[in-house]
Write a protein that binds this ligand. Structure first.
Ligand code: URA
Length: 245
C-alpha cells in the first residue's frame, strides 16, 4: 500500500495532508530488524502493512487495519462526541483515532455502547461497525459486569428480586441480572446481558436501594486490566480480541 494511503487509513488526515506530512519529512518507517526508523520522503512508496510501524511527527504508530481499543473511563466524562456538560471520552484519545476513515467520512472510532457520566471502568471503542453491533446488540447477550456500591446495605430479598427480574417504568417486560454476587454489605457485582438506559441505577432503585458508585469491570471475558489507570487507553491485543469474538 502506498505510504500516503497507509497514513490516510490510520487517521492522519486527508490524502493530501498525508502526502504533505511525508514530503515535509515528518514520516519515518521502521524496517524489519532496525531499531530506528528511516525517513521516507516519497508519499507513493509501497509498504507491506502487516506488522508495519511508523513514526509520524515524532510519535510511534503501529499499523492497525481496524482499531479495537479499551479505555478506562474516568468519572466526569461523557461517551458522546458532542457532550453537554462534561468532557467527552474522545478527548482522551490521540487525534488519528478520532479521524480514522469510516463509512466514507473521517469519523474515527466509536464507543461500544455508553456509560453514564459518573460511571467508571471498561469502555471499548472501534471503527469496525460489525464488531460494535455484535458487542452492543441486546440480542447477542454479551455479559457485562458492574461493581455497584449502594447507599444502603443490600439484603437477600433485593438480590432475589434482581435475579428474578424487576419492571422498569418504560417497559412491562421485567429485566433481570444474569448474576448478582454480594461482596460487602453495600457492594454487589451485577452481571447484565442487556444495556438499557441507566439500567443498573434503575434496577437498584426498583428494589428500594440507590447506586452510590458504578464501575464496569468486565465485558464478555475481557477484564479491565489493573494497570490501565483511569483516563488511559490501549489497543486490544490479539488474545484480548479473541476473548470478545
Ligand atoms: N447502568 C447504569 O445505570 N449506568 C451505566 O453507566 C451503565 C449501566
Amino acid at each position: 500500500m502506498q505510504l500516503q494511503d497507509i497514513l490516510f487509513s490510520q487517521g492522519f488526515g486527508t490524502r493530501r495532508v498525508c502526502a504533505g506530512l511525508v514530503q515535509q519529512g515528518w514520516v519515518s518507517v521502521y524496517q524489519p530488524d532496525s531499531p530506528e526508523p528511516a525517513q521516507c520522503l516519497d508519499a507513493s512508496m509501497d509498504f507491506a502493512v502487516e506488522g508495519l510501524r511508523l513514526r509520524v511527527q515524532g510519535v510511534d504508530w503501529p499499523y492497525h487495519a481496524k482499531a479495537y481499543l479499551m479505555l478506562h473511563k474516568p468519572a466526569g466524562t461523557e461517551c458522546s462526541q458532542k457532550p453537554s456538560a462534561h468532557p467527552s471520552v474522545y478527548t482522551l484519545l490521540p487525534a488519528p483515532l478520532r479521524q480514522r476513515p469510516a463509512k466514507g467520512a473521517l469519523s474515527g472510532v466509536q464507543a461500544v455502547g455508553r456509560l453514564d457520566q459518573d460511571t467508571t471502568g471498561l469502555l471499548l471503542l472501534s471503527d469496525d461497525g460489525q464488531f460494535i453491533h455484535r458487542m452492543s446488540s441486546p440480542k447477542k447477550h454479551v455479559p457485562k459486569v458492574y461493581q455497584v456500591t449502594t447507599k444502603h446495605p443490600v439484603d437477600a430479598q433485593q438480590i432475589k428480586r434482581l435475579l428474578a427480574g424487576v419492571v422498569l417504568d418504560d417497559d412491562p417486560k421485567p429485566v433481570l441480572a444474569a448474576a448478582c454476587v454480594q461482596q460487602d454489605a453495600c457492594r454487589i457485582d451485577l452481571t447484565l446481558t442487556e444495556g438499557k438506559y441507566h439500567q443498573v441505577k434503575r434496577m437498584i432503585a426498583a428494589v428500594g436501594n440507590r447506586v452510590e458508585a458504578l464501575h464496569r469491570s468486565r465485558i464478555g471475558d475481557l477484564e479491565l486490566p489493573e494497570d490501565l489507570a483511569p483516563g488511559q487507553w490501549r489497543w486490544l491485543n490479539v488474545d484480548e480480541l479473541a476473548l470478545l469474538t
